[in-house]
Design a binder for this molecule. Structure first.
Ligand code: IPM
Ligand code: MG
Length: 365
């Protein structure tokens, strides 16, 4: 029996999570999947009830379970809160406390959706790349940080990019391991031309490469990487990069595929005593307060996040493949949530109707 903690969060988070629960129930009923599910509050929803975006109780539960599935956090109601009370803080704290250092963000272009990309069809069709983003260090967490007043009474904002060798090494290992299971190509991105942390990054990635000679390694400055991602994204297989560059490059990669509503992610840490990695799965999209409560949200990114949980936490590639294939078929038949509609092509679906179609495809086997 696996244990899963579901944290729907804010905005469209709870809506898409309701759909994921229907999918999970299908696997429990029809495929005998053994998962024990608990649910809790996170982000703004937790702040509203408890005055903090993440309670110790939920944090402890997250530390205890096999995997966490999170919807989305944030919303306009919370914009004026102090930094440590903002919904996003819950995400950052979960990442840090669970030590989820490797954030895996696939950008895969479903054939049926290739014309949605802002890039030409031939540049993105068949695209299948993965960004491995370092998630627990770098400028997001480096000290010193803050806003202070200097000698001449001017305010100064400070953040620090800081990486230790071991932090770089472990995420590099994750990226090489992933590349081995794919097309054996890894591109590491930093700014070694201007940043010492980038020089060290490149150095350590080269050291790790010694143990992964089957993987073809290249290095790119992150700005060039951004350019190459929109010029010719299919040149990449796996990309490894730091926390901030990874944040930016993964949004860019996401848009190549046409819709943010399609992309899942996994954040993985070290293996626990039972051999399973610490893990949190979440859609790449945010809480989308502008469409929440209107049955417009696309549940696919969150459903695919569950599929990643099947694959990476529960070693259940068979059910993960089944789920992914079913989604592909539904898209190929033209079913579309509003974010995927182009003119009047396709059959418009609400959030729950999209899940209905996926369940029908699962039933059909
Ligand atoms: C992401 C998001 C987060 C980040 C925010 C919400 C804190 O943009 O997961 O990419 O910057 O890491
Ligand atoms: Mg981001």
């Amino acid at each position: 029996m696996f244990s899963l903690l579901i944290l729907p969060g804010d905005g469209i988070g709870p809506e898409v999570m309701t759909e994921v629960r229907r999918v999970i129930s299908w696997f429990q009923d029809k495929r005998n999947l053994k998962i024990d599910i608990e649910e809790g509050l996170v982000g703004g929803a937790s702040y509203d009830k408890h005055g903090v975006p993440l309670t110790e109780e939920i944090l402890n539960k997250a530390l205890g379970v096999d995997a966490v599935l999170l919807g989305a956090v944030g919303g306009p109601n919370y914009d004026n809160l102090s930094f440590d009370l903002k919904p996003e803080r819950a995400l950052l704290r979960l990442r840090k406390e669970l030590d989820l250092f490797a954030n895996i963000r696939p950008a895969q272009c479903f054939d049926a959706l290739a014309s949605f990309s802002s890039l030409k069809r031939e540049i993105v069709s068949g695209l299948d790349i993965v960004i491995v983003r370092e998630l627990t260090s770098g400028i997001y967490f480096g000290e010193p940080r803050g806003i202070h007043t200097d000698g001449s009474n001017e305010r100064v904002g400070v953040n620090t990019q800081r990486y230790t060798e071991s932090e770089i090494r472990r995420v590099a290992i994750s990226a090489f391991e992933l590349a081995l299971k794919r097309n054996k190509k890894l591109c590491s991105m930093e700014k070694a031309n201007v940043m010492e942390s980038g020089v060290l990054w490149r150095d350590v990635v080269n050291e790790v490469h010694v143990d992964y000679q089957d993987v073809e390694l290249s290095h790119m400055y992150a700005d060039n990487g951004a350019m190459q991602l929109v010029r010719d994204p299919k040149q990449f297989d796996v990309i490894v990069t730091d926390n901030l560059f990874g944040d930016i490059l993964s949004d860019c990669a996401a848009m190549l595929t046409g819709s943010l509503g399609m992309l899942p992610s996994a954040s993985l840490g070290n293996k626990k005593n039972n051999g399973l990695p610490r893990a949190m799965y979440e859609p790449v999209h945010g809480s989308a307060p502008d469409i929440s409560g209107q049955e417009k949200a696309n549940p696919i990114a969150c459903i695919l996040s569950f599929s990643m949980a099947l694959r990476y936490s529960f070693s259940d590639a068979q059910n993960a493949n089944l789920l992914e294939k079913s989604i592909e078929k539904v898209l190929a038949k033209g079913y579309r949530t509003p974010d995927l509609m182009m003119g009047d092509q396709g059959h418009l679906c609400s959030t729950s109707e999209m899940t209905d179609k996926i369940l029908e495809e699962l039933d059909a086997g």
